[in-house]
Write a protein that binds this ligand. Structure first.
Ligand code: URA
Length: 231
């Protein structure tokens, strides 16, 4: 990855929003039948991305959680609530952003009546990557933000390290997403669940502030920021 701060404009090769919406709907329907990794067996459903079909900014999480698995929508549980707050504090609107995950099925361990989040394996991430690349190809965002290490690994492979590279605009050089989004600018930042899991309230506040400032930068690079919002 090379460092850059100038997002190149999207080329707009992929036509009108209704066409993109149709393409995304077709991909979501195909993804609903995906059996490329074992995770489909226990999950309720595949959770495809959602948001504006021509969004300038795409946020990529890890995998749906318990609430998302039930609702069939990304980031609607506790991590989603925190992400929504950070999006607002960054001066953005969730409706302007395309939100998705590296892995489309919920991976969990059953403990009594609780389903505990389990990190997806490298094979699951690899098997799911074509869906993510399809979403990127169709949406053609100017800026892509990987929320956490799983999304960063799916998008950029081992060359990007969350702790070293977060908070700076990066240009894809030799990553799997180069063909899908040759002009996009990339950022990696903390996953909202990592903020929620932080061991102390000080650390939680620190990580949350960094997530918000990274989203602010992403919005600015995508030409989307409306300036910080009051809450
Ligand atoms: N965590 C994720 O990575 N994605 C979601 O959709 C919800 C929680």
């Amino acid at each position: 990855m090379q460092k850059t701060i100038d997002p190149a404009p999207a080329t707009g090769r992929l036509s009108a929003p209704p066409v993109r919406r149709g393409l995304l709907a077709a991909k979501a329907a195909a993804c609903a039948r995906c059996q490329a990794c074992p995770l489909y067996r226990n999950a309720t459903q595949a959770v495809f991305g959602e948001g504006r079909a021509g969004a300038a900014l795409m946020l990529v999480g890890e995998q749906p959680g318990d609430a998302e698995d039930v609702a069939g929508r990304p980031f609607v549980g506790p991590a989603g609530a925190l992400l929504d707050q950070a999006i607002r504090e960054a001066g953005l609107r969730r409706g302007d952003v395309y939100v998705t995950n590296a892995v489309k099925h919920f991976n969990f361990e059953q403990r009594g009546k609780h389903r505990l989040h389990k990190k997806p394996g490298a094979g699951d991430v690899r098997a799911c990557r074509p869906w993510l690349l399809d979403e990127i190809t169709i949406v053609r965002p100017h800026v892509i933000v990987a929320l956490g290490a799983t999304a960063a690994a799916s998008l950029y492979g081992p060359s990007v390290k969350l702790t070293r590279d977060r908070g700076q605009a990066l240009a894809a050089a030799t990553t799997p997403i180069q063909d899908a989004a040759p002009d996009a600018v990339h950022l990696v930042t903390f996953h909202p669940a990592a903020v929620l899991r932080a061991p102390t309230s000080e650390r939680r506040a620190e990580l949350r502030a960094l997530l918000t400032s990274d989203l602010t930068l992403a919005g600015r690079l995508a030409g989307k920021s409306r300036g910080p919002s009051p809450s």
